[in-house]
Design a binder for this molecule. Structure first.
Ligand code: GLN
Length: 266
């Protein structure tokens, strides 16, 4: 029978969190009780998880959860794993309006619900609507929320018809179809990742259609690829002003906030 120490010695990827997950013990107790003998049942589960992780399955899909902002989110292979850089969108959104105001916020392509649920949890007076094209993703998002969020199924603005919002926020797919970086993301839903030759197809569609869904002086907030800020600024400049650009923790261009020009919103 193997001990924890035998597993630790093999040194496979993420072995400590995998042991912690399967044996339901803290990381500290895994390390301090490394002579613990793993049961047959636990060994089967451990070997299965180690093999999956070695094949490249992200740890978040093994644990089926990921921390984001101040909350833990259930994730599945139908949802993108929330990225730390996406927390930037929540930071920007929650500072846009007075927290006591009644505001309508739309999160397009919500996935696990990370953005919408984090905003709703921080801003109880704001009414959140969240959409996704994937029914499976919406089911995950619904399980993640404790707030009163309207979840709608469909593509981008198709879901909200004539409704207008104070803020439309979106982390769209923005990776180019042939980006070599995609090979590292093969276990995540391609629907949530790629968007045409230059990765801008969905962003273009959202920018073109958003003026019909943003209230006067309302905002559009988008996450984007590190090399897309200039092009997106051009696309926004027809209907938006007060364009503000943001960098992520790695100092890469990552988000853009724009206010609808008054005459467009009328
Ligand atoms: N930021 C992600 C990545 O490149 C992509 C997420 C997205 O397309 N929205 O890993």
């Amino acid at each position: 029978m193997n001990t924890v120490n035998d597993y630790l010695k093999k040194g496979s990827t993420d072995i400590i969190p995998i042991l912690s997950l399967v044996l339901e013990r803290s990381v500290a107790s895994i390390i301090s009780s490394s002579d613990y003998r793993v049961s047959k049942k636990e060994a089967v589960k451990l070997n299965e998880m180690i093999a999956k992780r070695e094949r490249g399955v992200p740890f978040a899909y093994l644990s089926q959860q990921k921390g984001f902002y101040h909350l833990d989110f259930k994730v599945s292979e139908a949802t993108l794993i929330p990225r730390p850089e996406t927390e930037l969108l929540v930071d920007i959104a929650i500072d846009l309006f007075d927290e006591n105001d009644d505001r309508d916020i739309l999160d397009l392509g919500t996935g696990s619900g990370a953005i919408a649920i984090s905003i709703a949890d921080k801003r109880a007076n704001w009414k959140l609507t969240a959409t996704d094209l994937s029914v499976e993703a919406l089911n995950v998002a619904k399980q993640n929320t404790k707030s009163d969020i309207s979840f709608l199924h469909g593509s981008w603005f198709d879901t909200v018809e004539n409704k207008k919002f104070d803020l439309v926020v979106c982390n769209p797919p923005y990776v180019a179809d042939d980006d070599p970086h995609l090979k590292d993301l093969e276990f995540e839903p391609i629907l949530a990742l790629t968007s045409g030759r230059d990765g801008l197809d969905d962003i273009k569609s959202i920018i073109i259609n958003s003026p019909n869904h943003i209230k006067e002086d309302g905002y559009l907030l988008l996450e984007h690829g590190y090399n897309q800020q200039e092009e997106i600024t051009k696309l926004l400049s027809k209907d938006f002003h007060n364009i503000t650009k943001f960098k992520d923790y790695n100092n890469l261009d990552r988000a853009i906030l724009a206010q609808l020009k008054s005459e467009v919103g009328l």
